[in-house]
Design a protein around this ligand. Structure first.
Ligand SMILES: Nc1ncnc2c1ncn2[C@@H]1O[C@H](COP(=O)(O)OP(=O)(O)O)[C@@H](O)[C@H]1O
Ligand SMILES: O=C(O)C1=C[C@@H](OP(=O)(O)O)[C@@H](O)[C@H](O)C1
Ligand SMILES: [Mg+2]
Length: 185
């Protein structure tokens, strides 16, 4: 189903940002607050391949992972009223950037490098792109990736928030923008 004519209130919301900033966790909470459907693209990819992401990379390669990532985002970006959490590498593909920016509201969830490195111990296990890399290499990747995340409709700095607070912050900001741009009265 194409979403021609969707109003700003109906458009799906896409959460982008570097691995570990909280797209999956905060996205799910945001969906509850806004009474929307939630989809995590990585979880859908795992379902399609019936295996966890590190095994997909190992067995089929990153290219196959990216192909499935694009197919799924193409589908969900045309659905109304979703909160869509994508993987941190999704915006490497120009077609994905274009689809999301044209059809959805794209939110960049950001945290500083100093905050991010505090989280590394909980992240590296199931993120193949972090495995076997030095902290300096990861910092380089973190900085390099900022340019793709700069393609967004709104950026939220969520360093100092618990996940629940971050979701509240996003939800309040979205409701306010809907009131300004598409008041219901
Ligand atoms: N606001 C937050 N504060 C502290 N830890 C968080 C926060 N948001 C997420 N986390 C934790 O960081 C890890 C990565 O979160 P996740 O939602 O999977 O990030 P992403 O989807 O961006 O890779 C998880 O263990 C999660 O519990
Ligand atoms: O940044 C990336 O290239 C990736 C990020 C991961 O998602 P999260 O950003 O949710 O960790 C996952 O899609 C995969 O490991 C590749
Ligand atoms: Mg995630």
């Amino acid at each position: 189903m194409r979403n021609f004519g969707l109003s700003i209130r109906e458009k799906s919301i896409v959460c982008i940002g570097f691995m570990g900033v909280g797209k999956t966790t905060v996205g799910k909470l945001l969906a509850q607050k806004l009474y929307r459907n939630f989809v995590d693209i990585d979880a859908e990819i795992e379902k399609e391949f019936s295996m966890p992401i590190p095994l997909i990379f190992e067995t089929y390669g990153e290219k196959a992972f990216r192909k499935k990532e694009k197919e799924l985002i193409e589908y969900y970006s045309h659905q109304p009223l979703y909160i869509i959490s994508v993987g941190g590498g999704a915006f490497l593909q120009k077609e994905i950037q274009a689809m999301c920016l044209a059809n959805c509201i794209v939110l960049f969830l950001d945290i500083s490098w100093d905050s991010w490195k505090e989280r590394i111990h909980i992240l590296s296990g199931n993120r193949p792109l972090l495995q076997g890399r030095s902290i300096e290499d990861i910092k380089e990747l973190f900085l390099e990736r900022q340019s793709i995340y700069s393609l967004n409709h709104s950026k939220f700095q969520i360093d100092h928030f618990e996940a629940e607070e971050a979701a509240e912050y996003l939800s309040d900001a979205l409701k306010l923008s809907w009131e300004i741009y598409a008041p219901q009265r």
